[in-house]
Write a protein that binds this ligand. Structure first.
Ligand SMILES: [Zn+2]
Length: 206
């Protein structure tokens, strides 16, 4: 069992979610969850710039509210914003009406129809309703687990590179918990994938 990919049965169970982008291009889709964070997001933007890489930032609304200048910096640099709820709520343990309210509150700040459920926890009912409300729900096929300080970086990197392919959606976190791992992993990803001829693009509309 690979720690860094999503089991096929989940993709089959939830075919209306985006797990990977259909693309003819040699492109991967880097995503950064849980920010923005004043130092870490700023650092990420600098790294991306060095490779002319574009990405998508799934912001937590309460963080986005605190750092509007970071939101502007993200979009001004050609990246895309996504909604990650106002308060990082799990869809499994939140009443539906409150979950939707929290997502709409976040949308007022980040203005995006891309949505990623925190912890990947969302119910079929919520998926249906959010799609009806116009959201495109973005999952991933490559999870770096950068929030886990116990995972050896080189092993994580090797596993991710073994599974990555054109259209892959990769999850990083611009958060303090992930900072140490992120600061090692992201430069490795950017350098190695660039050498392989990959481009880094923001998520497209469905
Ligand atoms: Zn999150």
């Amino acid at each position: 069992m690979f720690k860094h990919t999503i089991p096929t049965f989940l993709r089959v169970l939830f075919p209306t979610l985006t797990w990977r982008v259909k693309t003819q291009d040699q492109a991967v889709f880097l995503t950064f969850d849980d920010g923005p964070h004043p130092q870490i997001t700023h650092w990420v933007l600098q790294q991306l710039k060095r490779y002319q890489a574009k990405a998508t930032f799934f912001c937590v609304g309460e963080n986005a509210q605190k750092y509007p200048e970071l939101l502007s910096a993200i979009t001004a640099n050609g990246h895309r914003l996504g909604n990650h709820t106002m308060n990082h709520l799990s869809g499994w343990s939140t009443p539906n009406h409150y979950y939707y309210q929290n997502i709409q509150a976040c949308e007022k700040v980040v203005a995006s129809n891309l949505f990623r459920p925190p912890y990947g926890r969302i119910t079929l009912n919520q998926i249906r309703n959010l799609k009806r409300m116009g959201y495109q729900i973005i999952m991933w096929d490559i999870l770096t687990r950068d929030y886990d300080a116990n995972l050896p970086i080189q092993q994580t990197f090797t596993q991710c590179m073994r599974h990555i392919k054109p259209g892959s959606v990769v999850v990083f976190h611009d958060s303090e918990k992930a900072q140490n791992q992120l600061y090692q992993l992201l430069p490795l990803f950017l350098q190695h994938l660039s050498q392989q001829g990959y481009q880094f693009a923001p998520l497209p509309n469905a």
